[in-house]
Design a protein around this ligand. Structure first.
Ligand code: NDP
Length: 332
């Protein structure tokens, strides 16, 4: 079985030489374990943080060890009660072709209920982040005007669509290409959208939301956050979900120069980590699952094929090569 190891901690932007695809023997199964042929694995922005050696909410990857992350696969051997060969499992041992998984740390997923990769995207961690970050953290309510950055990505595209479905007065998104802007407007039903590479974010946001915004869902940080602080209305709310513009920074980035807006406009700015919001999961599965079945929620993915392309997919994610969730397909 092949698996990806981190062989060097990246300095700034990761490069292919920081990783190695290695052939390893598949270990024997212990009691309570299953052997899973991974079919899909996810690459996510938070994995960049795990490549650094530092304290965080999740431990760093170890050098010369397999990386891990979400994956969905098919059980090919089982020593666990209640799990049969042929079952499909969502588990945390991605970045490898075959995984020996403790059945207690995996959940069964139904291939007929949704496409298997959806459990890594809209029905999984990113979807849950969008749902909890908008409805819980930002206390979204009907009539709010919402701005989301990283809007064509896995989390952002769901944030914008949930806001529309829940009665937002206006939904504005930013993304890094004209084609993504077209997708936001035509496929996801955003009211306004702009390419942040086409001009200063502040000016473009002002044009897109002349009356200001009630909620900012931040996936990007930096100049996007600064622009949003200017555009927010009195008692506006901000979800700090991600700051991807800074994940490869080699020096401490400078902060927005307009933090006084938080004071003047009595803003509420709150960080989030999705795993804190597990109590919302049943409600999330029911509501978002319903929107997928009814076709009200449009879901897109960018799929790279083959274990050997997993690092390309991760590097591509950081460069914005994905529209919707970035997925690696390992087998049929
Ligand atoms: P995406 O699918 O949005 O992929 C990342 C996107 O980030 C790229 O497609 C790219 O799109 C954009 N990007 C890259 N560099 C920059 C930059 N310098 N400025 C602006 N945009 C940039 O990933 P996810 O949906 O999985 O994650 C989105 C954000 O949410 C990330 O910040 C992530 O860390 C965060 N997150 C936080 C969680 C939490 O619990 N707090 C959980 C899950 C995700 P473009 O072409 O538009 O530049």
């Amino acid at each position: 079985s092949r698996e990806w190891h981190l062989v060097r901690r990246p300095k700034g932007w990761p490069v292919p030489e920081d990783f190695a695809l290695r052939e390893v023997p598949v270990p024997e199964l212990g009691e309570g374990q299953v052997l899973v042929r991974n079919l899909f694995m996810t690459v996510d922005p938070y994995m960049r943080g795990r490549m650094d050696e530092r304290e965080s909410y999740i431990p760093p990857f170890q050098l010369d060890q397999p990386m891990d992350g979400g994956a969905v696969g098919r059980v090919v051997a089982s020593r666990a009660e209640g799990v049969e060969v042929g079952d499909h499992l969502l588990h945390r041992l991605g970045w490898r072709e075959y995984a020996v998984v403790d059945a207690a740390h995996a959940v069964k997923v139904a291939p007929e209920a949704a496409s298997l990769s959806a459990y890594l995207g809209v029905l999984g961690m990113p979807g849950m982040t969008a749902y909890a970050g908008l409805l819980d953290v930002a206390s979204f309510k009907e009539g709010d005007s919402v701005f989301v950055s990283g809007a064509a990505g896995a989390v952002g595209s769901i944030v914008g669509q949930i806001a529309k479905l829940k009665g937002a007065s206006r939904v504005i998104g930013s993304a890094g290409s004209d084609e993504k802007v077209r997708v936001l407007l035509e496929d996801y039903g955003f009211d306004a959208a702009f390419n942040y590479k086409n001009g200063p974010v502040g000016e473009q946001l002002k044009k897109a939301a002349p009356e200001g915004i009630d909620v900012y869902f931040d996936n990007v940080g930096g100049d996007h956050l600064e622009a949003a602080l200017d555009a927010l209305k009195l008692h506006g709310r901000v979800t700090i979900c991600g700051m991807i513009s800074q994940y490869n920074a080699t020096e401490r980035p400078s902060g927005p120069g307009n933090l006084v807006q938080i004071l003047a406009k009595r803003l509420r700015v709150q960080g989030m980590i999705v795993s804190d919001h597990d109590v919302l999961r049943p409600q999330f599965v029911e509501e978002v699952g319903g929107w997928i079945r009814s076709g009200e929620l449009v879901v897109r993915e960018t799929v790279y094929e083959g274990i050997d392309r997993a690092v390309d997919a991760f590097l591509g994610l950081l460069r914005g090569e994905n529209t919707g969730k970035m997925i690696v397909k390992l087998a049929d």
